[in-house]
Design a protein around this ligand. Structure first.
Ligand code: PLP
Length: 388
């Protein structure tokens, strides 16, 4: 028996990343403008970094409670109440995690039994389906399309729900499309979840990065608070990807179950990052708003740029991605991305990395300087023109 044969079937069941080879090439090339990564180009604001330095000076170097520092959970509860109008008890309904990534994994492992199905609208964040599979569940993709602004509808969900469906995993504002859902669309999904008695995992990591009106928090909808595992974090809105800090909020049973796994696998999120996160929530609002308004300018630049190039493009309403259609070039997403990289040294992510319904698109992150974005647009325009 080879070593490969001894790997767990759950891990084997996860398809290899289609873009790994592509980004291996990017890493070795010089002069590439990469709009590939989903990461703010800003450095974490200084007052947040300083609070961490000061925390270290004061000797904050130990483990915290498994749930996270109570002071941080109290701040999370305060901000969630202010922004979403939903109240969570910081003592038993909030868990601080190592990024939203860990929270997603814990949520799936806490609720799924082998074979349970999870509805996952796609294109979606690359980890969603993998987390379901690793937890023994079965991801059921729900394709969304540009004609409907990449919104998932109850009709689509009704067609795919079965007696084995346990949960629905949504992420709006959406990575990779930038789509959002309105309050009434979310209310229809809430009614669907209640009708089929589903748990809803709502990844709202981009909640603060919306450009047209306020974001609606899923757990603020009537009857949804206890049915929802609400996930949020600091990576995107506060430019804190490397700090690895996020949180989950739900009823005490779900949070208790997630904490059980977390305490045996992670113990706690790093105290340094927790101290910085308190500062972000207390005093980070104005810096965050500055970053959001900068993303908004870049969003417009990219939208106009792609439309001038002649690529159909849905106007993203949130996050920091734009998802133009490359269908008219006759190339697949991967062919387009590879040929663009070779010809013009611009790296984008092939849309099908986010699910089959992403075929025919590419994802560009506009979390990059306006100068980089303008240069990238020029190069993409030249490439598309040559294709004819
Ligand atoms: N959820 C979505 C939709 C994301 O796009 C990402 C990162 O790109 C994450 C979760 C992971 O975030 P974190 O850095 O908090 O683990």
């Amino acid at each position: 028996m080879s070593w490969a044969d001894r790997i767990s079937p759950a891990v084997k069941a996860i398809p290899p990343s289609g873009i790994r080879r592509f980004f291996d090439i990017v890493a070795e090339m010089k002069g590439v403008i990469s709009l590939g990564v989903g990461e703010p180009d800003f450095i974490t604001p200084w007052h947040i970094r300083e609070s961490c330095v000061y925390g270290l000076q004061r000797g904050y170097t130990a483990y915290t409670s498994n749930y996270g520092l109570l002071e941080l959970r109290e701040e999370i509860a305060r901000v969630t109440q202010k922004d979403c109008g939903v109240t969570y008890d910081p003592r038993k309904e909030i868990l601080v995690t190592v990024g939203v990534s860990e929270a997603l994994d814990l949520a799936m492992r806490a609720i799924l039994s082998p074979g349970d199905e999870v509805l996952v609208p796609e294109p979606c964040y690359v980890s969603y389906k993998a987390c379901v599979t690793l937890a023994g569940g079965v991801p059921v993709p729900v394709p969304t399309h540009i004609e409907n602004e990449f919104r998932v509808t109850v009709d689509q969900l009704e067609r795919l729900v079965t007696p084995r469906t346990k949960a629905l995993l949504i992420g709006y504002p959406n990575n990779p499309t930038g789509a959002i859902l309105t309050r009434s669309e979310l209310a229809a999904i809430a009614a669907f979840a209640a009708k089929h008695d589903l748990i809803v995992i709502s990844d709202e990591i981009y909640a603060n990065l919306t450009y047209e009106g306020a974001h609606t928090c899923f757990s603020s909808l009537p009857g949804m608070r206890d049915r929802t595992i609400l996930l949020n974090g600091f990576s995107k809105a506060y430019a804190m990807t490397g700090w690895r800090i996020g949180y989950a909020m739900s009823n005490p049973d779900f949070i208790g179950a997630m904490t059980k796994i977390h305490q045996f696998t992670m113990l706690c999120a790093p105290i340094t990052a927790q101290v910085a996160a308190i500062e972000a929530l207390r005093h980070g609002e104005s810096n965050m708003q500055k970053m959001v308004s900068e993303y908004n300018c870049r969003r417009r630049l990219m939208l106009e740029g792609f439309r001038e190039i002649g690529l159909e493009c849905f106007e993203p309403k949130g996050a920091f991605y734009i998802f133009p259609s490359i269908a008219k070039t006759g190339l697949t997403s991967l062919e387009f991305a590879e040929q663009l990289l070779m010809a013009e040294k611009v790296a984008l992510v092939p849309g099908d990395a986010f699910g089959e319904s992403g075929q025919g698109y590419v994802r560009c992150s506009y979390a990059s300087s306006a100068a980089n974005l303008s240069e990238a647009l020029e190069r993409i325009g030249r490439f598309v023109k040559k294709l004819g």
